[in-house]
Every structure is written in C-alpha cells, then in structure tokens.
Design a protein around this ligand. Structure first.
Ligand SMILES: Nc1ncnc2c1ncn2[C@@H]1O[C@H](COP(=O)(O)OP(=O)(O)OP(=O)(O)O)[C@@H](O)[C@H]1O
Length: 280
C-alpha cells in the first residue's frame, strides 16, 4: 500500500526559473533533503513558492540549475517515470469537473497503468485504501464538483496517495480545511515514509510538521534547515515585514510564534494589533 512506500532524496542546485528572459521568479536555489523528509516552504505572498514547486514537479523547465531525485536528473527521466515518482496536490480544480470522487482518486493510477488495459484489482484496492485513509469512503460515489473545499482537498490527497509516489508536492494543503482536518491531514502526511514538499502559510503548523524549512523571499532562499534553526523571530520578522514573537512551553522550548504589525511595546494601548500564527 502507498503508506508503506519510501520517499526519495531531493537535491536542488543553483535553480533558476522565470517565465521570460529578464524575469527570474526563482533565483539560485540550492538545498537537499533526505528520503522521507518533510520540507515546508514558507515566505510572503509573491515570494516565488508556487513557482519553485512548479519547477520541482516538472510543470516548467528550469532556465538554469538542476533538480535530482535519488541522484537522477528530473529532466533526464521520461514524463511517465516523473509522474510515477512525484504526485502533486494543487488548489485549483475546474468547477465543472464531471467525475465522482472514486473516479478522481482512480486518476492517480493512470501513470501506473500498463498499455490500454482497464483497471486491475490492484488499482481498485489501492484506490479503496486511499479513500479509507482520507475518511472518504462514504463520499466515493458523490460528484467531485458537489464537495466542500475541504472535502475536495482530501480527495486530491487521496489521489496523490493512490499514485504510489515517492515524493508528494502540495501547494497550501491546509487552505479551505477546518482546524481538525488540517491537523488530521498533516498528521497523516507525517505518518507516511514519503518525501513531502509543501508550501504552508501557517508558521506554527510548519514548525510542528516539517523536518526542514525553507524561507523564500523575492525568489531566493533566505534560510534553509531544521525548523528549530530556521524559525527564529529575527528571520521571520525580516522575511514577512512583521514583528514575530516566540513563545516557549513549560520546558522552555519554543512552541509557538505570534505576529504583530509592529513591536507590541511600540503600539498605542488602545490599538491592539491582530496577532496570528498564519501569515498571508
Ligand atoms: N507566468 C508568470 N508571468 C509573470 N509573473 C508571474 C508568473 N507567474 C508568477 N508570477 C509572479 O511571480 C511572483 C511569484 O509568484 P508565486 O505564485 O510563485 O508566489 P507565491 O510565493 O506562491 O505567492 P502566494 O503566497 O501569494 O501564493 C508573483 O508576483 C506572481 O505574480
């Protein structure tokens, strides 16, 4: 079953990408993560997070640099091999998508299908397993288009699992999802042995979830490393242009960040600033 598959190592070297000459949205990015790592990419709106993900799942070809999966150049793989290796969970889906939940999850099996054969018992088994894993069995016959945003998101994650990938790339997987399902989805992703690369706007979720964090600003890597090294108030304040405060638990470990528009001690008493763990 897909939850027993192991992840792949990912190495990115001097990666650059832009939609046209003279416009670079991803600049000189380099990092590596071990198999089974969970990388959270954070950064302000427009920092280039989605553009970087698009390079990583081969939607666009880098204008410079290299992406390696288990030492193999991503662009030296066939499209089919890349599709078998990397599953992608994006936010946008066409509104008039005329398929049932089961059909959508079954689409995850397409890169695994041999020739023009129909679905095998193995395909159906994996789809049933993925539906069960995401608590979707009761919705299997529903039209995908009639689901709530959160339910749709879970279906897309089930589709990714059905694909049996070694890397799952997700763009803001917790958007549209209530707090319980957010925690459940991140929990589920944490139990997999796969390599996960995700953008996250909620710094506190990133701190809990990730084994590695990348802070992206203006297309560049501002910081990369384990959360306890990278998620520091000064780095977060600089990246997001806010005042970040770290809060420690009873044992003295940083357990949470809060954010204000300016230093709390510099604010007039009557004007309290919105404080949140999610930065958008
Ligand atoms: N094809 C394109 N042509 C021109 N500009 C683009 C193109 N794609 C993205 N951009 C711009 O590049 C910047 C980076 O976009 P990107 O979507 O990668 O950022 P992001 O960090 O994911 O942002 P957000 O947090 O808002 O989703 C943005 O200013 C965006 O408008």
């Amino acid at each position: 079953m897909s939850c027993l598959e192991t992840g792949a190592a990912l190495r990115v070297e001097k990666l650059e990408w832009g939609p046209r000459v003279g416009l670079r949205l991803v600049r000189n990015i380099g990092f590596s993560i071990a198999p089974g790592s969970r990388l959270a990419i954070i950064g302000p709106n427009g920092a280039g997070k989605t553009s970087l993900l698009r390079c990583l799942y081969r939607a666009v070809e880098p204008t410079a640099g290299r992406i390696e999966i288990d030492g193999v150049n991503l662009w030296a793989m066939s499209a089919r091999e890349a599709a078998r290796t990397i599953a992608v969970v994006l936010q946008e889906m066409p509104g008039d998508f005329p398929f049932s939940v089961r059909d959508v999850v079954m689409m995850g099996r397409i890169p695994r299908r041999e020739g023009i054969s129909g679905w095998s018992d193995g395909d159906r088994e994996r789809v049933a397993h993925a539906l069960e894993h995401l608590d979707l069995t009761h919705l299997a016959r529903r039209q995908f288009a009639t689901l709530s945003g959160g339910e749709k998101q879970r279906v897309l994650i089930a589709r990714a699992l059905a694909q049996e990938p070694r890397i799952i790339i997700l763009d803001e997987p917790t958007n549209h999802i209530d707090v319980r399902h957010q925690l459940e989805i991140l929990d589920l992703l944490q139990t997999l042995k796969l390599t996960i690369v995700t953008t996250l706007h909620d710094i506190n979720l990133a701190a809990e979830f990730a084994t590695d964090v990348a802070i992206l600003t203006e297309g560049r890597l501002a910081a990369f490393g384990p959360p306890e090294m990278v998620l520091k108030p000064a780095a977060l304040s600089a990246a997001f242009g806010v005042h970040a405060t770290a809060h420690a638990d009873a044992a003295g470990r940083v357990s949470r960040f809060s954010f204000t528009l300016s230093r709390p001690d510099a604010m007039p008493a009557a004007r309290s600033s919105r404080s949140t763990g999610a930065i958008r």
